[in-house]
Design a protein around this ligand. Structure first.
Ligand SMILES: [Zn+2]
Ligand SMILES: [Zn+2]
Length: 207
């Protein structure tokens, strides 16, 4: 099951130029099974989520997370009990975030860990790496060299890898996704699939 785990909308990410509906309709046209909306330090509220899900019911699975600013860079969080997350949607050191979130109900992905670092950087704290359920290997804003280095560095730690387009505009959509072996029917399934399931990062095809 193909899901793009990383997308920003202009409703709640000031850097994005695409609306949630334009984004989702593009994914439906290309036959992608699911899309996650992951705005910067913002989680859509229940009404916003339900309106969007209802509109596209039976056409595509829509999931929600947030991309949080941390001391180590950007962290993608996905929860199935979102009220646990609301107070943490701001700049927060990873150690504190890890202590505050409910680890049973939340999955953590380290987004594009090399984007602002030297590509040969080896100064990754093992204890930080262990906090993540997966590492974002394929990211729409990363070049080939970054992807290869990420694979080399985090592969040594037996990390699981995901892919996401990090969409901020229509032309950035449908670049990378994550192929889950199991079907992911709801947000709880998504969290468990990231934490315990089998998946791999893949290139997506725009139709
Ligand atoms: Zn980011
Ligand atoms: Zn992003």
């Amino acid at each position: 099951m193909l899901i793009d785990l990383h997308n920003h909308t202009n409703q709640h990410s000031s850097c994005s130029r695409i609306s949630a509906t334009d984004l989702i309709e593009q994914y439906i046209r290309s036959g992608i099974d699911g899309i996650c909306i992951t705005d910067h330090n913002y989680l859509w509220n229940d009404k916003e989520k339900n309106d969007l899900k209802k509109k596209y019911e039976d056409k595509i699975k829509i999931f929600f997370g947030a991309e949080i600013d941390a001391d180590i860079g950007h962290v993608l969080v996905f929860s199935y009990k979102d009220h646990d997350l609301y107070e943490n949607l701001k700049y927060i050191p990873i150690n504190l975030l890890y202590r505050k979130i409910n680890l049973e109900t939340t999955a953590l992905i380290w987004a594009h860990p090399l984007r602002w670092r030297n590509k040969n950087s080896t100064d990754f704290n093992k204890n930080n790496i262990k906090k993540f359920d997966a590492i974002e290997l394929l990211n729409g804003n990363c070049d080939e060299e970054t992807i290869l280095s990420t694979k080399k560095i985090f592969g040594k730690h037996n990390c699981k890898f995901v892919g996401g387009s990090d969409t901020h505009s229509l032309d950035m959509a449908i670049k990378y996704g994550t192929d889950f072996e199991n079907s992911v029917k709801d947000q709880k399934d998504l969290v468990y699939s990231i934490k315990y399931g089998k998946f791999k990062p893949v290139k997506l095809k725009k139709l």
